[in-house]
Design a protein around this ligand. Structure first.
Ligand code: NAD
Ligand code: ZN
Length: 345
């Protein structure tokens, strides 16, 4: 079968022919119906410092997936052939201090498939049964594959109340766009988005942003104050990882407001804690991964409610993997929302 593999420790990846794997104990084999590219895959493709320290080659890439179970390994009693599943990509230990406090999303021994083991950019893939999530049969595979990153967005947006609340989202990359969709579906208003890329500001509008701001051309803090009659936003959701966006977002948040931070900063950031956080009594949440399995229930229900506007987020669909290099390069250039592959054409 064809698979996108990181064959050597260097830029890029290769489309190779490999054998269909056999599921071991506790594993299932799935026919991959849809799989999408995550920013993490891009880092592995680019072979950045993090990837160099973490990834062992050769390895099949990819982790966002929807597929059908076609073979069940020994000892699996929770799934059967024909089940339609997606997968939580964090494989947690269940034994550490965090896990024993039901904080599986911060398990200290987390392993990730497509990062610490072979992934899903292939026609068939192995999924640990404990990480499988059963989907309703009528959920389109491209939505089902998106549930994993949607989980990040849901945890960011819904870390506190949001219905009827003014909201600033900084960064409209694939995750920020999913965040806009979740905020809109959850009743946030107005949803204000700060994003330097014109292409992504246009996408943000299609997904549901009420106002878009180019932070490189106008001051987002002033723009937010104008829109909110000088109050500032109730909710600030950081999806860019840009230090400047963090500072602007904190300044644009109303005293007593709520902040969720998902974007990962490239270096240590300096902010005026006294004036931007402490004296404003802001409620700040660091967001990582997804709550197991509460977030998956929320994501699945939001999709089934029909209120999530996901179609404009999925900007590129590929049948087969032949054009995977084009897909990665477009994504690197910031010219995409989510990119989805359908391996079986
Ligand atoms: P991305 O890089 O595609 O998107 C970031 C967006 O921010 C881009 O569109 C960029 O133009 C925009 N941006 C840059 N500077 C800005 C500024 N000053 N103000 C506003 N916007 C600005 O990344 P993504 O895949 O959408 O992921 C978003 C962030 O979430 C990344 O930092 C990623 O590392 C992080 N992330 C965190 C977790 C977690 O568990 N905490 C999981 C996945 C991704
Ligand atoms: Zn653990």
């Amino acid at each position: 079968m064809p698979a996108i593999m990181k064959t050597k420790p260097a830029y890029g990846a290769e489309l190779v022919e490999v054998d269909v794997p056999k599921p071991g104990p506790g594993e299932v084999l799935i026919k991959v119906l849809a799989t999408s590219i995550c920013g993490t895959d891009l880092h592995i493709y680019e072979w950045n410092e993090w990837a160099q320290s973490r990834i062992k080659t050769p390895q099949i890439m990819g982790h966002e997936v929807a597929g059908e179970v076609i073979e069940v390994g020994p000892g699996v009693d929770t799934l059967e052939v024909g089940d339609y599943i997606s997968a939580e990509t964090h494989i947690v230990c269940g034994k550490c201090y965090a896990c024993r406090h039901n904080r599986y999303h911060v398990c200290q021994n987390t392993k990730i498939f497509g990062v610490d083991m072979d992934g899903v950019f292939a026609e068939y893939a192995i999924v640990p049964a404990q990480n499988a999530w059963k989907n309703p049969k009528d959920m389109p595979p491209e939505y089902a594959a998106l549930q994993e990153p949607l989980g990040n967005a849901v945890d960011t947006v819904l870390a506190g109340p949001i219905a009827g609340m003014s909201t600033l989202i900084t960064g409209a990359g694939p995750l920020g766009l999913l965040g806009i969709a979740v905020a809109k579906a959850s009743g946030a208003y107005p949803v204000i988005v700060s994003e330097p890329s014109e292409f992504r500001r246009e996408l943000a509008k299609k997904v549901g942003a009420d106002y878009v701001i180019n932070p490189f051309e106008e001051d987002p803090v002033k723009a937010v104050m104008d829109i909110t009659d000088g109050a500032g936003v109730e909710v600030f959701l950081e999806f860019s990882g840009a230090p400047k966006a963090l500072e602007q977002g904190l300044a644009a948040t109303t005293p007593g407001g709520r902040v969720s931070l998902l974007g990962l900063f490239p270096r240590d950031v300096t902010v005026d804690f006294n004036n931007l956080i402490i004296f404003k009594a802001l409620e700040i949440h660091g967001i990582t991964g997804r709550h197991l399995w509460e977030t998956w229930y929320t994501v699945s229900s939001l999709i089934q409610s029909g209120r999530l506007n996901l179609d404009p987020v999925i900007t590129h669909k590929y049948r087969g993997f032949e054009k995977f290099e084009e897909a990665f390069e477009l994504m690197r250039a910031g010219k995409t929302g989510k990119v989805v592959f359908f391996p079986h054409k």
